[in-house]
Write a protein that binds this ligand. Structure first.
Ligand code: HEC
Ligand code: HEC
Length: 194
């Protein structure tokens, strides 16, 4: 391709990008660049410090971002981050991450296999109604627990139980009846799901 043509194409696309940005604001993938440092490329977190966010329903992601924004969900960092985005930007990112496939962390993390069976029973009795298909179904708008990083599940549950984050009322009724050991086993069960 002659050099002049390449230049024309290059500047042409820069101009196009510039004007569409001015009109429509940053695109979902540009916004998501900020999240990738902690939540991994494509929302698959590579370490236990941040949860995998790919594949959860857009409805769920929007709700959680709102909870962070308004302080209804305890966070070390997400409350400050969520405050930096408009509802429109959050909706764009929610759609973006919801469309990406979830990937289980089960093969990348240690879990206590001795507790998994007891955890499955706790799950069936107390959690299955809302966290469908072993906590893997995004359409229930309750997140994805199957194959999530275990430390994230543990501190999120600790925040709920200590009242630092607000639980859905019917979930709280179930959780309040369970012992520390039962809670721990059900989290091990989720962490073990491929
Ligand atoms: C500096 C690291 C960091 C960055 C950057 C970051 N996050 Fe997070 N995110 C976390 C951590 C850690 C948590 C767990 C809550 C907490 O402690 O803040 C979390 C939790 C979440 C959750 C809740 C997941 C669940 O299962 O309920 C969502 C959704 C989320 N982040 C979305 C985003 C989006 C969207 C962005 C980009 C705008 C982003 N995060 C940027 C670290 C980060
Ligand atoms: C009545 C429905 C319901 C029941 C029963 C229920 N949950 Fe939930 N759960 C939800 C909803 C809805 C959310 C999302 C809450 C939010 O927006 O913060 C959630 C969120 C969670 C989260 C946080 C997910 C994340 O990615 O941050 C964990 C962990 C969890 N539930 C565990 C459990 C366990 C363990 C049980 C059984 C002992 C249970 N839940 C029972 C509805 C339920």
């Amino acid at each position: 391709m002659p050099a002049r043509k390449t230049h024309a194409l290059f500047f042409g696309s820069v101009l196009l990008l510039g004007s569409s940005q001015l009109m429509a604001g940053p695109s979902a993938s540009m916004l998501a660049n900020t999240c990738a440092g902690c939540h991994g490329t494509n929302g698959i977190s590579v370490g236990p410090a941040a949860p995998t966010i790919a594949g959860k329903s857009a409805e769920y992601i929007k709700e959680v971002m709102d909870e962070y924004k308004f302080g209804d969900r305890h966070a070390t960092i997400m409350n400050r981050i969520a405050k930096g985005y408009t509802d429109e930007e959050i909706a764009l990112m929610a759609d973006y991450y919801a469309a990406l496939p979830f990937e289980s962390a089960a093969s990348k993390q240690e879990f206590d296999s001795a507790k998994v069976e007891a955890g499955a029973k706790v799950y069936k009795k107390n959690c299955a109604k809302c966290h469908d298909e072993n906590g893997s179904l995004p359409d229930d708008d309750s997140g994805i627990l199957a194959g999530q990083w275990l430390p994230y599940l543990q501190f999120t549950m600790a925040d709920y139980r200590a009242g630092r984050s607000e639980m859905p009322k019917k979930m709280r009724k179930k959780v309040e009846k369970l012992s520390d050991e039962e809670i721990e086993s059900v989290l091990q069960f989720f962490a073990s799901q491929e």
